[in-house]
Design a protein around this ligand. Sequence first.
Ligand code: FE2
Length: 285
Amino acid sequence: MAMSSQPYATVLRTMKGMPTSDGAGVSLTRVIGTPALPDLDPFLMLDEFGTDRAEDYIAGFPNHPHRGFETVTYMLDGRMRHKDNHGNEGLLTPGSVQWMTAGRGLVHSEMPEQESGRMRGFQLWVNLPARDKMVAPRYQEFAPERIPLIKPVPGVQVKVIAGTVGQVQGPIQQPATEPLYLDVALQPGTQWQVALPEGHSAFAYVFEGQALLGDAEDARSVGQHELAVLGAGDTLPLQAGAQGARLILVAGRPLREPVVRHGPFVMNTRQELMQAFIDYQEGRF
Ligand code: FE2
């Protein structure tokens, strides 16, 4: 008997992130990549940064390497300048996205281009399959005006960063994991249903307000700064609470490959991981 697909995705679990510090002393909240949730294949890490205090972000992320995966920075507020050792440089402004395929390796810095004011956004790490871990580094970077903004129903606005909503396609291309990355803003009490790609891992992270996710009696309340890991299903019903809600909804096709990681290197075997350290030390990034 063929398995019939489930109509509605449900929330499998909810959790809060863990306060931590990274780079040269940037305060952030780690949501994926913690003891409670080491990964969610193909997602290796999700950090939320959000503060009005310069001392929380001013130290930035000076030169550091990456190999074997992608870093995705989505800025909500503030400006960050990135530079890498291949001569790439750019400024991330509010509402922009940088989807960086580190591939075989680069060394870069991500530094605040401001001395005061709010800095807010996300960095997501997306794994690459074994066949792509050593590809040449690549950037997909889009200013806010290049990211489609749709209003599928009254009171709901969706920025389509990656993947598709109806006929609208986001600018990011990554066939390996076919990611969906949406920024969804719901006015108080509004409802919407979003189609999820079949067989993908999916999560929602509420960064403003509160929302009910799931259908009818299966719906679960997800509060501000809470992650909801989603189960299988074709469609996710969303309903904003009395204060409205804003969340990112992210999905990707699982790679189902061994993950051997240490810090900024994510490979398939111990030998590849050791080679990454050697190549970095010998300046081959
Ligand atoms: Fe980085």
